[in-house]
Design a protein around this ligand. Structure first.
Ligand SMILES: *Cc1c(COP(=O)(O)O)cnc(C)c1O
Length: 715
């Protein structure tokens, strides 16, 4: 049953953005002056003063949401937003430059004033918003580095109070000569205290706080609070106005509670999100001053000035109409261009690849090996599911010049994506395709003497590494078969650049495994010395894979074929625990929650009636399934995912594209939230090795089976 759950939709905020943008137009057009100046004062200097603080609060809620959380603040979102805002501000500056010049905004301007405009007042009268937003955010994140969230909030309130004394309450301030002097000085730096220092910080942080404490008021109380505080603000505004105390009229004491209650009410408005409204309202904000100029011009040109500009209501409506039209067209256009972009890679289910983790592992493994040995990462099976191209590119950047893959196609894929260096194919390549080895400059392993014969028959030069069987009995010419090896060494068209073997028990630390491994290494060394004594030049040699690097680092030769360890995991849960301090997992697997719903006692969920609830519960549907590589045998409580740092057991049978989890013990889960299948969430962590253990296999299998459908994102 899909009963309503109290979910964190932000549709109310989206709707109110539209209202706020019309209020901003009102501030700049004074629509009611024709009727009554008091009515207009109420509309534009009191009511409409909620608009801009509201915009700051929304920004605060979404951009600074980490401020109140414990642990490290993730700045990437903040900086992305700041970059975008700077870009928009720059665009607006250019857009309004001609209008500003036309309106005589910049006459006889000095460099000092230009800086003042850019940083505080805005280069056109509505553009102060952008620098105020940027400065407010910077101020808050800087403060947060040193002090607690509560202290940051206190500072923001204090700044607002200082701002008030230079705004609506300046009439009082100016009576105190000493303080007045300070304000007079300050006003040479900025025209109003309504700026990024005294105005935006408090609303940014209140927005963050509101989003964080979402349910701190009942709807009834929030509504009552809003009515009361707004009445008080109206009284405050008229009192200051009538007593002529206002220098400017953006800031009131009561504006703070008004905004808090209003915002809580909007958060409780249970209505779906509307991205179009977001873009549309921003466009209106940006474009409306140009439309004011345009309406005036049109009035003059058409000779209808009296009718249009002199009646304040008609003037307002004309500006609204033109702004809406222009914003609508430009929002449509930007939607159109956006729709041509690729869908959001984090839209459904995806893999995040940590660059730093990869770098750390490269560094750790390299430092574990003798200086003469370099890494030859195994990037087969799509780099163990991580994305062969992404991983190899990063490795190239880290100076790695040798790779090994399992098959021809994998090698070709890397070449087509400009991966540099030698690429060794460890497995079988059909002799009919030997041409492709040459075309893509790939190196082939010589799998046995029969295969060597086929390579000889091909006739054209090929780069190869000789595979040697030292006891695994999978691939390679037997190390003991010196005659056969000598034959291969003499094949004219083969450029033998390497010779290697594979250890099959280097992960075991028991005596049997260790003895076997030492025997394998001994057989390999012996074979090399025999070949050398027969006068053959010995090419580069390699014997170790991941476990070899960890357990026998001193026996490394020229290359070490690091696979699983390079990705920061080991095959089993036990091994993984041993090395978790030095290896950093590179991959996280995440999925969006598609839907959240309630189950009554006795209701079923998922295929085959496997799951029946024994009590009322809350479940989430994840947009990831076995087709994405989530092992189906984690069904029915065998596996977990992390949501908001807590474990949610998988219930019922995992479907091809979806998975059901129990979230009864996790509050505030909403559709669109992120579930972590592998990786960190809050204090908790699920490793690939843990998932592997739960489904009865090794990490290597779990990772390498992660589906094509998952996007791979570098972070
Ligand atoms: C896959 C593979 C490797 C890498 O193995 P890991 O244990 O993942 O490091 C090395 N050598 C050969 C021949 C392989 O097939």
């Amino acid at each position: 049953m899909d009963k309503k759950n109290n979910c964190c939709k932000n549709g109310g905020l989206d709707r109110f953005r539209l209202a706020a943008s019309f209020l901003v137009i009102a501030i700049h057009t004074s629509p009611l002056t024709t009727i009554s100046t008091d009515a207009d004062f109420f509309l534009t200097r009191i009511l409409a003063r909620v608009a801009v603080p509201f915009f700051f609060m929304v920004t605060g809620q979404f951009i600074l949401s980490d401020i109140f959380k414990k642990g490290k603040i993730k700045y990437s979102r903040v900086f992305y937003f700041l970059k975008k805002t700077c870009f928009v501000y720059g665009f607006c500056i250019l857009l309004y430059l001609p209008i500003g010049i036309y309106a005589g905004y910049y006459e006889n301007i000095t460099i000092y004033e230009v800086i003042k405009l850019l940083i505080f007042d805005g280069t056109f009268y509505h553009l102060w918003y952008f620098p105020a937003c940027i400065m407010g955010i910077l101020l808050i994140i800087m403060l947060r580095r040193f002090i607690s969230p509560a202290a940051v909030m206190a500072v923001c309130f204090l700044l607002y109070a200082i701002g008030l004394m230079g705004d609506s309450y300046y009439g009082l301030t100016s009576n105190i000569p000493a303080i007045n002097k300070i304000y007079m000085e300050a006003f040479t730096i900025f025209s109003y205290t309504r700026n990024g220092l005294f105005f935006s910080p408090v609303f940014l942080i209140l927005g963050t706080w509101s989003g964080y404490t979402r349910n701190c008021f009942e709807r009834k109380n929030a509504f009552g609070g809003l009515i009361l505080s707004f009445s008080a603000m109206t009284a405050e505004g008229f009192f200051l106005h009538i007593n002529d105390l206002q220098r400017h009229d953006s800031m009131y004491i009561m504006l703070i509670p008004v905004m808090v209650f209003l915002y809580q009410l909007l958060l409780k408005w249970d209505i779906s999100e509307n991205r179009f409204a977001r873009r549309f309202s921003a466009q209106i904000y940006i474009i409306h001053p140009a439309m004011i100029v345009l309406v005036r011009m049109l009035g003059r040109l058409s000779g209808l000035t009296d009718f249009i500009t002199d009646n304040s209501i008609i003037h307002y409506l004309a500006v609204v109409l033109l702004s809406v039209l222009t914003a609508f067209i430009s929002a449509l256009l930007s939607d159109f261009f956006r729709s041509k972009e690729k869908p959001d890679p984090k839209g459904r289910a995806w893999i995040e690849i940590s660059k730093t983790a990869l770098e750390q592992n490269v560094r750790f493994l390299t430092s574990n090996l003798p200086g003469t040995c370099s890494l030859m990462p195994a990037v087969k099976a799509n780099a163990y599911g991580h994305g062969a191209v992404i991983i190899s590119k990063e490795l190239n950047h880290l100076g790695i010049k040798n790779f090994c893959v399992a098959c021809l196609n994998e090698g070709i894929q890397l070449r087509k994506n400009q991966i540099k260096g030698d690429i060794l194919i460890l497995g079988y390549t059909d002799p009919k395709q030997f041409d492709l080895l040459r075309r893509y400059n790939l190196t082939q392993a010589v799998l046995d003497s029969t295969y060597a014969h086929q390579l000889r028959q091909y006739g054209k030069p090929l780069k190869v590494h000789l595979a040697i069987d030292t006891g695994m009995h999978r691939l390679g010419t037997a190390a003991q078969n010196i005659d056969s090896l000598c034959d291969i060494m003499q094949i004219k068209n083969l450029k033998i650049q390497g010779i290697f073997t594979h250890l099959c028990a280097s992960d075991g630390i028991d005596k049997k495994s260790r003895d076997f491994t030492r025997m394998q290494l001994h057989i390999f060394d012996h074979m090399i010395s025999v070949l050398r004594s027969k006068g053959y030049d010995i090419p580069k040699t390699h014997v170790l894979a991941s476990y070899g690097i960890l357990n026998y680092p001193h026996l490394a030769e020229d290359y070490a074929r690091a696979g699983i360890a390079l990705y920061g995991v080991l095959s089993t849960y036990e091994d993984n625990k041993h090395y978790y301090e030095v290896l950093s997992p590179v991959l996280s697997l995440k999925a969006r929650i598609a839907s959240v719903r309630n189950l009554d006692k006795g209701e079923y969920a998922g295929y085959g009636l496997d799951f029946k609830s024994t009590e009322k519960m809350h479940i989430a549907i994840l947009s990831i399934g076995y087709a994405d590589g989530l092992p189906r045998n984690l069904s029915n409580m065998k596996g977990y995912v992390l949501i908001n740092g807590r474990r949610a057991p998988i219930i019922g049978r995992i479907c091809m594209d979806m998975t059901l989890v129990d979230i009864s013990n996790i509050p505030d889960v909403c559709s669109g939230d992120i579930a972590v299948i592998i990786g960190h969430s809050g204090q908790d962590y699920i490793s690939a090795a843990e998932v592997a253990a739960a489904s009865g296999t090794i990490s290597n299998e779990i990772l390498s089976r992660l589906g094509e459908r998952l996007e791979r994102i570098l972070v």
